[in-house]
Write a new protein. Sequence first.
Length: 375
Amino acid sequence: MSEAASRYRILSSLGKGGMGEVFLADDTQLGRKVAIKFLTEALEEDPTARERLHREARSAAALDHPYICQIHELADIDGRTGIVMEHVSGETLQARLRRSPLAAKEALQIAAEIAEALEEAHTRRVVHRDLKPSNVMLTEQGHVKVMDFGLAKRAPSTSGSGADAETVAPITESGVRVGTPGYMSPEQLLGGEADIDHILPRSRCLDNSFQNKVVVCVACNRQGKGNQTPYEWLAEREPQRYEKICQWARNKLPYPKYKRFIQKTLDLDKFTQRQLNDTRYISRVVLQYLRCLLEVPHNALAIRGEKTKDLRLHWGLNFVLRHDDLDVKNRDDHRHHAVDAIVVALTNQRRLQQLADIDRRGGTERTGEILLEPW
């Protein structure tokens, strides 16, 4: 019996995936619980799978961070090679998400910790390449542990040294995509040939909305389109190609995206003015901010202008943009859109019910009742 086999006593299976199985074990030498990952029996003799297991151990072992699962050693146990790692008590992020949506504060904390773990990995030139909820553990203390570096890749050193040649060497065939398709970026899924970019150049129109984004060919965009609109790029130079692209956009894309393909000019002032005067747009921005501040998920309601007017009156917001004694909305000051946006973002079903109850009892003028400000 090998030294490792006598040291680790397998207790139970923790889970099985397409390539490996993880077991809970006792480390009899140090008196602690550990997790040991073996290849599945079907892959035990597969040299590529064995090399990937070794790579996972080397990649993760190079990382020392509280939000990354710690690797103890690579050991031969009963004729099988396994990665001995820390045992993380808790559940996967996938299991947590299946129970219920995350509160904004919890989601931000998890995202921040995952980002911190990946920053540490990238500092060490390790790219995970298979980040997904099932590869993130949430500990019993509520913190993150990024797991499973089996598809990780070491980026070549910028120094040009050949010291990393063995770890940088690819173990997948050229053109083969690795990862989980549902969680892969377009450039990873398409082998670095595609990315997300703006239809109308963002630097010239400030439009960073979903409706101004499409998946593009990286080389084509870099060498051809650049900082131009589709019309500027192709309409005169290659009219047939431009017509073909517009026809595709008309048939395949939502109208707001297609409209940007045929747009001839950019007017930054018009875009800015439209956004600043769009209560719906400002409400979305305010709502995103509120979700970061509140402990529980917060959603806005689509409310009628009459209700918005009543809520402004109850909360004293008509005075915000006025310098007189009139308690009415000042439409001459376009900042009133921002005031209405705040009202919409702060309104929920409970407040609308309270407002309806006041109206049912005769309204504010008759009863003197005022709906309390949400702040």
